[in-house]
Design a protein around this ligand. Structure first.
Ligand SMILES: C[S@@+](CC[C@H](N)C(=O)[O-])C[C@H]1O[C@@H](n2cnc3c(N)ncnc32)[C@H](O)[C@@H]1O
Length: 256
């Protein structure tokens, strides 16, 4: 029986394994004595693939609980940005393995947390692990999980006292303009309710230019909000600031 929360990792193990095997394979091909040009080309290819393997491997270690515990640090930031005194029902959109939902319930004894996720095959997360995590965290009476689509949440307008989400909105394939997924998340929050969302809010391919996204948020007539790069809110190691890892990640938080 597990006693520690099972985080999972934002870097998929399967992809890491495939890259690792590919790197080993190229390394083996590079030492076959088939002429110096062949070996030079293979050695260059090996170097390129080695770097593309080491970079996600480093990120994996930095994210994990046995390494840099970076995922936990981001969850802490989201919980603090939401405010630990929010009472009532809080929705976690795209809960993955449910660790953020569990930690929120642990730190806020007056919250009931509902975690929703698609739990698609692409990811190494599941509802079963979410439920086990709620038991490990001793909050199974106040944390519940249900399958759902972030693009069309199965809740009426103004249902929740708060909402949180981490690195999920950009994953919603059915909506090209990810700003609409943010709008959908806010739809289910009560007027005056609090929210804290982390995503690639500075990636133009998902949200357009930052200035345009800020105007979009202003157009939603929220009571109050802040929109900031993650690096302004917490320490991020230099390599993790790469645009493909955390460099374009931002946070929006405030009150509807
Ligand atoms: C990068 S993971 C983040 C998971 C979790 N928030 C965390 O911090 O570990 C993205 C999550 O989004 C979920 N997801 C992707 N598309 C979704 C959708 N349309 N509706 C709900 N969840 C979705 C995936 O199943 C996955 O759990």
């Amino acid at each position: 029986m597990e006693t520690q929360l099972v985080y999972g990792n934002w870097i998929r193990k399967k992809n890491l394994l495939i890259l690792g095997l590919f790197t080993l394979g190229l390394g083996a091909l590079a030492i076959i004595p088939l002429g110096s040009l062949y070996r030079l080309i293979m050695a260059l290819l090996f170097l390129i693939i080695l770097i593309s393997f080491l970079f996600p491997l480093y990120s994996y270690v930095m994210f994990s609980q046995k390494g840099g515990r970076f995922q936990e640090k981001v969850y802490t930031l989201i919980i603090q940005s939401l405010g630990t005194t929010v009472k009532g029902r809080i929705l976690d959109i795209g809960s993955g393995n449910g660790v953020l939902a569990v930690k929120l319930a642990q730190q806020n004894g007056e919250a009931e947390v509902i975690g929703t996720d698609y739990w698609g095959k692409d990811w190494e997360y599941s509802k079963i692990v979410c439920e086990k995590n709620a038991q490990i965290g001793n909050v199974e009476d106040r944390v519940h999980f249900q399958k759902g689509d972030a693009a069309a949440l199965e809740f009426a307008n103004d249902t929740f006292d708060g909402a949180i989400s981490n690195l999920t909105f950009h994953e919603v394939q059915s909506v090209a303009d990810k700003r609409e997924v943010v709008r959908e998340a806010l739809r289910v929050v009560k007027p005056g309710g609090r929210f804290a969302f982390v995503d690639y809010f500075y990636a133009t391919k998902y949200y357009g230019k930052a200035s345009g996204f800020e105007e979009y948020l202003q157009g939603l007539k929220l009571s109050q909000f802040e929109y900031k790069p993650l690096r302004d809110m917490m320490a991020i190691p230099t390599l993790l600031r790469h645009p493909k890892i955390m460099g374009k990640v931002g946070i929006i938080f405030g009150r509807k």
